[in-house]
Design a protein around this ligand. Structure first.
Ligand code: GRF
Length: 204
């Protein structure tokens, strides 16, 4: 079976992207997926450098370059679609996509979030969980729908909060779990296929 084509979207350091690159590099045949492009909403980020180092094409679409958010969404949609992905992975992509993007990629757009959804959705999942005083938190890999971090959950990983944790330390431990979870999930989606039944994601 041909490898599933992935476009990965990033906004930052790109360590989740790197985990995917490494897993594919280690077992190009067995992993079941290849990264055909990396997209970003800003320039000058380590995530784009990681892609370039790996010889993968990149594209940048900045919200500020467009008169309206919808125009940005259309540009992002077109740039992504040009690579004909089977799956799109938001790996620390800090933008909410619009209807145009979801019309094309809904049901095959995967996001990773650094909290146990449905708790602590939004841009500050780690900070909010810490401030709430939870004893366990973690990460959630889910399909993206038109809400903020509300789509069907594919897998979750658990991280215990320590008394001495600050946001940075806790996020680093979450990201260790998150990278493994994302690699595992993307590989299984690519190799096994999947179906979404209401809120449930089934990977046979
Ligand atoms: C991840 O924890 C992701 O869940 C969050 O931002 C982080 C991205 O990290 N939205 P990286 O860019 O993959 O290193």
């Amino acid at each position: 079976m041909a490898a599933a084509r992935l476009v990965v979207l990033v906004s930052g350091s790109g360590t989740n992207l790197q985990a995917l690159l490494d897993a594919i590099h280690e077992d190009p045949e067995g992993f079941g997926a290849e990264i055909v492009a990396v997209g970003a909403d800003r320039e000058g980020i380590a995530g784009l450098e990681r892609a370039t180092r790996a010889g993968i094409p990149t594209f940048v679409r900045k919200v500020g370059d467009y008169a309206a958010r919808q125009e940005w969404d259309q540009a992002l949609t077109e740039a992504t679609a040009a690579y004909e992905p089977d799956l799109v992975v938001s790996a620390g992509f800090m933008k909410i996509v619009g209807k145009g993007f979801l019309d094309l990629f809904g049901g095959r757009f995967v996001n990773t979030h650094p909290a146990l959804l449905p708790s602590f959705a939004g841009a500050h999942g780690v900070r909010d969980a810490l401030a709430y005083g939870v004893k366990v938190t973690g990460c959630t890999v889910h399909f993206v729908d038109d809400g903020v971090d509300t789509g069907p959950i594919i897998a979750q990983g658990v991280v215990h909060v320590r008394d001495e944790d600050d946001e940075g330390a806790l996020h680093e431990r979450i990201k260790e779990v998150e990278r493994q979870l994302l690699v595992d999930v993307v590989g299984r989606l690519a190799r096994n296929g999947y179906r979404i039944e209401g809120r449930k994601v089934i990977i046979p």
